[in-house]
Ligand binder design. Structure first.
Ligand code: ATP
Ligand code: MG
Length: 307
């Protein structure tokens, strides 16, 4: 597995000695993976990003990015990290191009390379035609894409992204997500992705951390999380109208569903149904989505009933 790109060990943060935002978080993010950090408003996601980027210091515990401690090695961290947060503002009276060139200089990108890098990012983010326009004349989505370009200007090894697709229309959100996935896949960039957009997360994340009220409820890939939350796969069948299946539940979509223990139960079940004379038009195994899993963990944590 190699050295983790991001490591947190009992990481805690209390603001002004009063508001406890993080309580003893421990997790690793593997190099080159997209790690989805999911949690409701106020869970502690942005606080975690700020700790990883050295903007805040932990109250106790520690974290590291590529083996460096953000609170001690802050300038080294800024060289290898790209960060996109809502608070990371750029200059409204500078053009898109000028902003990127300015931040390239700030992050120590060689002047010879800065212009080419800025140009290629502007094209990639579909901002080429707006490159000469001042930032205050950008729409929310355009500013958001410029902010992602800024996070990438120093060719980072680690990307910390706080809600990168907030405010983007579906087409731009898709474009940004494919870009994030390809950075991880083709260039080995490690991505720490805070998001509420669970469906998008499932398309690009390999592993997840689920956080609520400063506590990490679960960490792992989809399969592990599903197993630990006691989700089993379901067999789903579509039959002609009027035909009934015993021990199955009929969903609003007309499909009949029943829990199975493992994939191997499916062929046995199908054989049985056909032998019983049922007309199975379609059959498939349904697994929980990250959205199903997320809600179950949050419900369990709040002590609510689930079914
Ligand atoms: N500067 C601050 N001073 C005091 N409390 C803060 C500060 N910043 C955040 N908090 C508190 O810390 C907790 C975690 O906030 P944080 O911004 O990390 O959550 P979040 O998961 O990013 O939420 P959201 O999804 O709304 O962005 C909240 O209770 C918040 O009120
Ligand atoms: Mg936040």
């Amino acid at each position: 597995m190699g050295e983790p790109a991001i490591h947190a060990d009992c990481l805690s943060k209390t603001y002004n000695g009063a508001v406890t935002a993080l309580r003893g978080l421990s997790f690793d993010v593997v190099q080159g993976e997209v790690f989805g950090f999911l949690g409701p408003n106020g869970a502690g996601k942005t606080t975690t990003v700020k700790l990883l980027n050295g903007l805040l210091k932990p109250s106790s515990g520690s974290c590291s990015v590529m083996g460096l401690s953000p609170s001690i090695h802050s300038s080294e961290i800024h060289k290898i990290c790209g960060v996109m947060t809502e608070s990371a503002k750029m200059y409204g009276n500078m053009t898109g191009m000028e902003n990127l060139e300015f931040f390239a200089r700030m992050y120590g990108v060689e002047p010879g390379k800065a212009k080419a890098r800025a140009e290629s990012l502007l094209k990639c983010m579909d901002l080429w035609d707006a490159r000469g326009r001042e930032l205050h004349a950008y729409s929310t989505g355009m500013a958001q894409r410029l902010s992602l370009a800024r996070a990438l200007i120093n060719d980072p090894k680690v990307l910390l992204l706080d809600e990168p697709t907030n405010g983007l229309d579906p087409e731009s959100a898709n474009a940004v997500n494919s870009m994030i996935a390809s950075l991880a896949c083709k260039e080995g960039v490690t991505v720490f992705l805070c998001t509420h957009q669970l469906r998008y997360a499932q398309d690009i994340c390999r592993r997840y951390g689920i956080i609520e009220k400063g506590t990490l409820l679960a960490c792992g890939d989809l399969e592990t999380l599903a197993r630990n939350a006691q989700f089993c796969p379901k067999a789903a069948m579509r039959l002609p109208d009027g035909e009934q299946l015993e021990n199955f539940e009929r969903g609003n979509d007309g499909w009949w569903r029943a829990d199975i223990k493992e994939d191997d139960d499916m062929p046995r079940l199908l054989k049985k149904l056909v032998e019983e004379g049922h007309h199975v038009y379609e059959a498939r195994i349904v697994r929980p989505s990250i959205e199903d899993i997320y809600f179950r963990y949050v419900q369990i944590n709040r002590g609510e009933e689930w079914h």
